[in-house]
Design a protein around this ligand. Structure first.
Ligand code: ASP
Length: 435
C-alpha cells in the first residue's frame, strides 16, 4: 500500500464516528472470544490498558469540571440542584427495582436450573453512619490518590466556594485576581482533559475488542446458553427502564426533548460503560458527552455525574430484583409482596455508597439474599455470567445519570437545547475534536 493510500484509509477510518468503530470492535471481539476460546484471554492486558487510561483521567476531570461548576453557581443554587438530583436518583432507582421484579416474575429465570455448590464470601452491609462520615475526607490528597469520589466532591466544592468568596468579597485586589486566575487555569485544564478523553477513545477500539474477546473466552458459549434466560430477563428490564423511564419519562415528558437526540448524545458513554463495566471508569466519557453533546452546563453535570456514578445505580438495583426471583426459582420457593418490597428497599439503599466498579452488583446480591434468607451459593452460581450482566447494569447506571442531569439542567436553565445534538447536528468525531 502506498503512503497516500494508507493515509487516505486512515483518514476515512477516523471520519467514522468513534461510537461505530467501538461498536464494531465490541461485536467482533465477542465473536472472536467465543470462537477462539481460552487463547483469547491473552488479549486481556490490551483491554486493561484502556480501562487504566480512562481511570487516569477520572480524578483530574472531576476536580477541574467541578471547580468550573462551583464558579458558576451560588451555594444556594448548588444546594437546590443537589436536592433535585438526589430526589430523581432515588425515585428512578426504586422504579428500576420494581421493573426488575415485575419482568423476572413474568419470565421466571432460574426455573429448571439446579443450584451447584460453590463458595462465596459474604460481605458486610455498609453502615449508614459510616457511609455519611466517609463523605468528609480526612485527607483530600489521600481521597484523590485512592479515587474516592464522594470525599473528592466534598473537598472540591468546599475549596471552590472558598475561592469564589475570595474572588468576590476580598478587599485585596491581587488575591481577587489570583482566584480568578486559578479558575481560568482550571478551565483550560478541563478542556485539556476532554481532549485526552478523545485520544483515549481512539485507543478504545483496540481496548474494547480485547476486553470483549477475553470476557467471552472466559464465559464461554455454554454458560451463555444455560444462563440465557437470566440475561434475557435483565436485558428486557433494562430496555423497559431506559425506554419508558429515561427516554419517555425524563427526557420526553419532563425535559420535553427528543429521546433520539438524547441517545445520540449519550451513545459514547453508553458503549464505553457496556465495554468496561464501570460507571466510575466511564466518567470521563460521560462528562465529555454531557458537556460537548448534551450541552449541559458544568454547574449541573460536574457534580451530578460523579455523584451518580457512586450513588445512582438503577441497573444494579434492578438486577437485585431480577436475581432475587432467579434465586427463589432455583430453590423452588416464592417471594411474598412484603419480601419484594424488602428487595426494593435494600437494593436502593445498598446502591448508595457502593462504588461504580465491576462486580458491585454481585456483592450487593449477598445482602439481598441474606435479608430474604436465600442461599448465598446463588452468588457463586451466577458469578460466571456476571461479566455479561454487569455490562447491562453499568450501561443503565450511566444512562440514568445523564438523563437526570438533562432534566435537572432543564429545570435550572442550564442546558443549551438550541445547539448541537438537540437541533440535529452530528456529534463531534475524533477528527473534529482534534481541530
Ligand atoms: N459495574 C457497575 C457500575 O460500575 C456496578 C455493578 O456491578 O452493578 O456501575
Amino acid at each position: 500500500m502506498s503512503t497516500t493510500t494508507a493515509k487516505d484509509a486512515w483518514t476515512r477510518y477516523r471520519s467514522v464516528p468513534i461510537v461505530y468503530r467501538i461498536g464494531a470492535a465490541f461485536v467482533l471481539g465477542s465473536i472472536v472470544g467465543l470462537i477462539v476460546g481460552e487463547p483469547a484471554t491473552l488479549l486481556q492486558p490490551l483491554g486493561d490498558l484502556f480501562v487504566r487510561l480512562l481511570s487516569m483521567i477520572i480524578v483530574p476531570i472531576i476536580v477541574f469540571t467541578l471547580l468550573m461548576g462551583v464558579r458558576q453557581l451560588s451555594p444556594a443554587t448548588l444546594g437546590k440542584i443537589g436536592g433535585q438530583v438526589v430526589a430523581l436518583y432515588a425515585i428512578t432507582s426504586a422504579i428500576a427495582v420494581g421493573i426488575g421484579l415485575a419482568v423476572a416474575n413474568l419470565i421466571d429465570p432460574g426455573s429448571g436450573l439446579t443450584l451447584t455448590e460453590s463458595e462465596f464470601e459474604t460481605q458486610e452491609a455498609p453502615n449508614a453512619v459510616e457511609v455519611f462520615l466517609r463523605i468528609v475526607p480526612e485527607n483530600p490528597v489521600g481521597a484523590m490518590a485512592e479515587g474516592n469520589i464522594l470525599p473528592i466532591i466534598f473537598f472540591v466544592i468546599v475549596f471552590g466556594i472558598a475561592l469564589v468568596l475570595i474572588r468576590d468579597t476580598t478587599e485585596d485586589e491581587s488575591l481577587r485576581r489570583g482566584a480568578e486566575g486559578i479558575f481560568r487555569a482550571v478551565e483550560t485544564s478541563a478542556e485539556a482533559m476532554f481532549k485526552i478523553v478523545w485520544g483515549v477513545m481512539e485507543y478504545g477500539v483496540i481496548g474494547v475488542f480485547a476486553l470483549m474477546a477475553a470476557t467471552l473466552a472466559q464465559t464461554g458459549a455454554e454458560t451463555l446458553v444455560s444462563f440465557g434466560v437470566l440475561v434475557v430477563a435483565l436485558a428486557i428490564a433494562v430496555t423497559i427502564h431506559i425506554g419508558v423511564v429515561y427516554l419517555g419519562g425524563l427526557i420526553a415528558l419532563l425535559a420535553r426533548q427528543s429521546p433520539a437526540a438524547f441517545l445520540a448524545g449519550s451513545r459514547d458513554a453508553m458503549i464505553t460503560a457496556l465495554s468496561i463495566r464501570s460507571s466510575s471508569g466511564t466518567l470521563p466519557v460521560t462528562m465529555s458527552n454531557a458537556d460537548e453533546n448534551l450541552r449541559i452546563e458544568e454547574g449541573v453535570y460536574s457534580f451530578s455525574l460523579p455523584l451518580g456514578a457512586t450513588i445512582n445505580m438503577d441497573g444494579t438495583a434492578m438486577y437485585q430484583g431480577v436475581a432475587a426471583i432467579f434465586a427463589v426459582n432455583l430453590v423452588g420457593g416464592s417471594l411474598t409482596i412484603v419480601e419484594q418490597f424488602t428487595v426494593v428497599a435494600i437494593a436502593v439503599l445498598a446502591s448508595i455508597g457502593a462504588a461504580g466498579v465491576p462486580g458491585t452488583g454481585l456483592i450487593m446480591l449477598t445482602l439481598v439474599l441474606t435479608q430474604l434468607g436465600l442461599p448465598l451459593e446463588v452468588v457463586g452460581f451466577v458469578a460466571g455470567i456476571d461479566p455479561i450482566l454487569d455490562r447491562l447494569r453499568t450501561m443503565t447506571n450511566i444512562t440514568g445519570d445523564l438523563a437526570v442531569a438533562t432534566v435537572v439542567g432543564k429545570w435550572n436553565g442550564a442546558v443549551d437545547f438550541a445547539d448541537g445534538i438537540w437541533v440535529g447536528e452530528e456529534t463531534p468525531t475524533a477528527t473534529s475534536a482534534d481541530d
